[in-house]
Design a protein. Structure first.
Length: 116
């Protein structure tokens, strides 16, 4: 009979569990402090994501679903890509100017033939 290995020794230690819960609470409160003045949830999600939070963590901080966070992050990525693409097209001209062909050698035509 093989014995099971413990994947984490923290699971059985009540003090470590309590510390972990308190740290999670502090992180959540600190995160809320970062985004409290932002008006939209989209801005809050973008800010927390830019700060390195994962979608699951953002959902926990904002008390929303992970699906809401994922959908919002996808929208933000698309918007940022569109803005980036616009910036690239503004820097490069849409059409490359072409030099005008050299003038052809045509005989001069007098407008008033009666002057001769």
């Amino acid at each position: 009979m093989k014995g099971k290995k413990k994947t984490s020794s923290n699971n059985n230690d009540p003090q470590l569990s309590e510390i972990s819960v308190k740290l999670d609470t502090l992180i959540r409160l600190s995160s809320l402090g970062l985004v409290k003045d932002m008006k939209t949830q989209k801005e809050q999600i973008a800010s927390l994501s830019d700060a390195g939070f994962k979608p699951k963590e953002i959902a926990a901080v904002l008390r929303t679903s992970q699906n809401t966070v994922n959908v919002t992050l996808n929208t933000i990525r698309k918007e940022r890509a569109a803005v980036e693409a616009e910036g690239e097209t503004e820097e490069t001209p849409k059409t490359v100017p072409v030099e005008a062909p050299p003038p052809e050698n045509k005989p001069e035509v007098k407008e008033n033939a009666q002057e001769s």
